[in-house]
Write a protein that binds this ligand. Sequence first.
Ligand SMILES: [Zn+2]
Length: 413
Amino acid sequence: MMFPLLGGALAYVLSHPPAATDPEPAETVAEAPETPPPPAVEPVGEKVDFIVRRNDTLERIFRRLKLSPDDLNAILGLPGVRQALNRIRPGDKVTVVHEDGAVHALNRRISDTEVLAVTRGDDGFAAEILATPIEIKVAHAYGTIESSLFVAARAAGVSPETILQLANDIFGWQIDFALDIRPGDRFHLIYEQKHRDGQYIGDARILAAEFVNDGETHRAVYYASEDGKIDGYFAPDGRSMRLQFLRAPLDFRRVSSNFNPRRRHPILNRIRAHQGVDYSASHGTVIKAAGDGRVGFVGRKGGYGKVMILEHGGGISTLYAHMSGFARGMRPGQRVKQGQTIGYVGSTGAATGPHLHYEYRVNGIHKNPRTVRLPDAAPIPAAYRADFQAKAGLILADLEQVQETTLAAAPAD
Ligand SMILES: [Zn+2]
């Protein structure tokens, strides 16, 4: 749902193009995700949108649509046009206006923000690049989790990418999205949506977020300083949301159950006290380095099967067991960054099924990685504090206001 309270104040046009997204290859015009804008003067004739199929060439498409091959040659002869038209890929959309095969106009999107427009005038064809800027609108979403985070997100109209942003880039250090999510958890977001020609084309950045997990409220705001030196998510008190260790060192999307935190370890428990966390996940799920560090051990070790140990300094090490394989280049001494793929979930060693067994140790002593107090992150430097507080205060006030609006609008039960 659009959030009207913010009005036009926060709506602005992106000065940098956002990451391009590949359109789904579509065979039918009806599924076309977007419409290039009409040229300034609407030419007369029949308008045809065609979606490029596999192995299509413009020649083939023109033949299929019975369009004049001479017109195609004339269009391709225009300066700069051949390059823009020859790179067609399945799923691309081209719009042609013609009369009995004689082309009057041809439009093709060449970037997120530009359309190539060819029109026939009195002196033959002319080509120009039309700017179709992406407009950013600020939207608001609210959801309560009943079965899974992704289901709740879809119900709230939020894209899966935005939910991954929420889990990976904002709260992935405070909340274990693989094991900690509970029915009744809820989220509130203020985020940007990209629009072009009046149509929604995707989500952009989350500006502020609240996640209530198991009754505990987490909040974060996006902050970027004017000089570009600071850019990221911060708690309202100015602490960075990023900690030295991730809560769940794997791609939580493929963890089999979000709601079974007390999973027993059927084999290893009998061998020794269970000293880690088990994430039941499908074979091949990406395992990430929980924090920056170096590879201390990589190889096989008894019941652990294929195992990796990372040394993070300060006496902290993390261990990842039962892996199906290691990422390329993992050898003792190799540096790894937090979030980097180090290997894949498997069931090597004493494991009944594919899962990640994860341990967190401080000076050799096992700590529960789900509850251990992680080293604090750096706060916003003093020089930026006033600016941060002013901006964060505004967006947090907006977040609170939309919350009151949604809660007031929710049916009483
Ligand atoms: Zn285990």
